[in-house]
Write a new protein. Sequence first.
Length: 102
Amino acid sequence: MQTMAPPEDAQKERFARIDERFVQIDRRFDRLEAGTNERFVQIDKRFDRLEAGTNERFTRVEGDIAGLKKGMGSVQTTLNRICIGLALGFSSALLAILAKGG
């Protein structure tokens, strides 16, 4: 038995409803995209604020490290002087012992 094809008007009506659904979905996507873009802008602002704070902390830490390097340089110079003094003292004592004859 042969079935009848739907009337042409019904088919046009069906396609019009499908088109309308696609338009509604497109509108929803546009709204979601706008909201998502706004969230990304807010997140970018937060990252910028965090980056500024982080850069400030790095600058402060670099200054502290520079101070420590200067302090360690003076400690190293002092230790070098002590070692040289001890070496000279030891060699002087050794030469004095050897000069006395023993």
